[in-house]
Design a protein around this ligand. Structure first.
Ligand code: SF4
Length: 342
């Protein structure tokens, strides 16, 4: 049997096509954009906050958190002055607490030095990756830089019928150049939000509404009948198996916590003392299982009767305050399991 070579399309977006796409996207976005609280004006702090909250969380889930957070910390200065504990408390429920920690750290730099207007400067701040820097500088300050997130990657790969492995550096470069090209046809704050909006509301992963799409006439995936095959699915990273032996020391309704310098998750945060080991298979017995990013953690809990190992990083925390000290679900799950065992 003759095997035909797989043809991967990598034809770059031309300036001419970019102009056509930018024009139709702009008029569609102006008519169809959703009224979202962070779109009321172009305040950089509010845009930044919304972008950070929207990482890993949906718009509908974010809105009440966003409104409440902004009510308590209405400015960068208010956020910078607040104790980290209060910030984490307001973040509770959104997960991925490193986002809140970085937000707090960056707020201190921003309140001292002012808000930079370019993605290159924003990139230097804690928690600002390429996407957040570009989103904030373009939406708040109209810098002509393109953004790439899941929505934008899907829309661009489909309109160009790019069936390449979009997560490779070479492919990412092509995507970034196209996004920059579109943003350069400005205003970039509308082009970028338009791209994200198109991906979120029309060019959705499983049920794209091509009939309502402003790009349908030019969409190569639509013409080729390959809409649902593009973008390629990224192979999932295999989860690592970790076995965590937790030592629980308690006295007078307090529990021993140490600064985590031994586990590969929740680094430098308050955690129960213990030992952790990576294994190839899950253990036969365990008390709990918890997943953090690509770690499958099998937890074995042991109540200790002696004293915890001496350490300058040890603290005796009232059990009721553990959630404030480290709001991760992982600690709460362990505490609930101990309470159920007692
Ligand atoms: Fe996406 Fe369909 Fe629009 Fe193409 S025509 S960009 S596949 S919604």
């Amino acid at each position: 049997m003759l095997l035909l070579p797989v043809v991967i399309s990598m034809t770059p977006m031309t300036e001419e096509l970019g102009k056509i796409l930018a024009k139709s996207l702009l008029s569609w976005y102006r008519e169809n954009k959703r009224e979202l609280p962070w779109r009321r004006d172009r305040n950089p702090y509010q845009i930044w906050l919304s972008e950070v909250m929207l990482q890993q969380t949906t718009v509908v889930a974010v809105i009440p958190y966003y409104e409440r957070f902004l009510g308590i910390f209405p400015t960068v200065e208010a956020l910078a002055k607040a104790p980290l504990e209060n910030v984490l408390e307001q973040w509770s429920g959104l997960g991925y607490y490193s986002r809140a920690r970085n937000l707090h750290k960056a707020a201190q730099v921003l309140s001292a030095n002012g808000f930079p207007k370019t993605a290159a400067e924003l990139l230097e701040l804690p928690g600002f990756g390429p996407y957040t820097s570009r989103a904030v500088s373009s939406i708040a300050f109209n810098e002509p830089v393109g953004v790439l997130d899941g929505n934008v990657i899907r829309v661009l790969t489909r309109v160009m019928a790019w069936d390449f492995a979009w997560w490779n550096n070479e492919s990412k470069n092509i995507l970034q150049k196209s996004s920059d090209l579109l943003a350069g046809m400005g205003p970039s704050h509308e082009i970028n939000q338009g791209l994200m909006e198109l991906g979120a509301t029309v060019c959705t992963p499983h049920k794209p509404n091509c009939l309502l799409c402003p790009w349908q006439k030019n969409c190569l995936a639509f013409k080729k009948g390959k809409v649902l095959e593009i973008p390629q699915r990224k192979p999932r990273k295999k989860s690592e198996v970790w076995v965590w032996d937790v030592s629980i020391y308690s006295k007078n309704k307090k529990i021993a916590l140490i600064k985590n310098d031994y586990a590969p998750f929740l680094k430098n945060q308050a955690l129960f003392p213990g030992k952790i080991k990576r294994q190839t298979e899950k253990p036969k017995t365990f008390d709990l299982k918890h997943g953090i990013t690509h770690h499958d953690i099998y937890i074995r809990i042991r109540k200790e009767s002696g004293h915890p190992p001496k350490s300058k990083d040890l603290q005796w925390a009232p059990i009721k305050d553990v959630k404030k000290i480290n709001p991760s679900n992982l600690l709460q799950k362990v505490l609930q399991k101990i309470a159920a065992k007692d």
